[in-house]
Design a protein around this ligand. Structure first.
Ligand code: SF4
Ligand code: SF4
Length: 82
């Protein structure tokens, strides 16, 4: 999963780009729900939020590293829940 740091300027550009609706406004800035972030696996070749963020504040979450297979399984679970 990816992570939004407190460098976020709340520009609102990433939120509509997320195919999994994993991004939402938190207390101080936007946040990513790691249970919903597939790093865009299943939808796109690149993480869409990272591509559009004007201040590059969306790194990989070091506490939440997953293999491509795990991300694919998460994608399939999210599709089933839709
Ligand atoms: Fe959403 Fe993709 Fe960003 Fe994860 S990497 S938060 S799935 S846009
Ligand atoms: Fe924050 Fe970047 Fe998303 Fe804008 S695009 S709301 S700066 S994380």
């Amino acid at each position: 999963a990816l992570l939004i740091t407190d460098d976020c300027i709340n520009c609102d550009v990433c939120e509509p780009e997320c195919p999994n609706e994993a991004i939402s406004m938190g207390e101080d800035h936007y946040l990513i729900d790691p249970n919903k972030c597939t790093e865009c696996v299943g939808h796109y070749d690149e993480p869409q939020c990272q591509q559009v963020c004007p201040v590059s504040c969306i790194p990989f979450n070091p506490e939440w590293r997953e293999t491509r297979e795990e991300l694919q399984a998460k994608y399939e679970r999210l599709m089933r829940e839709k």
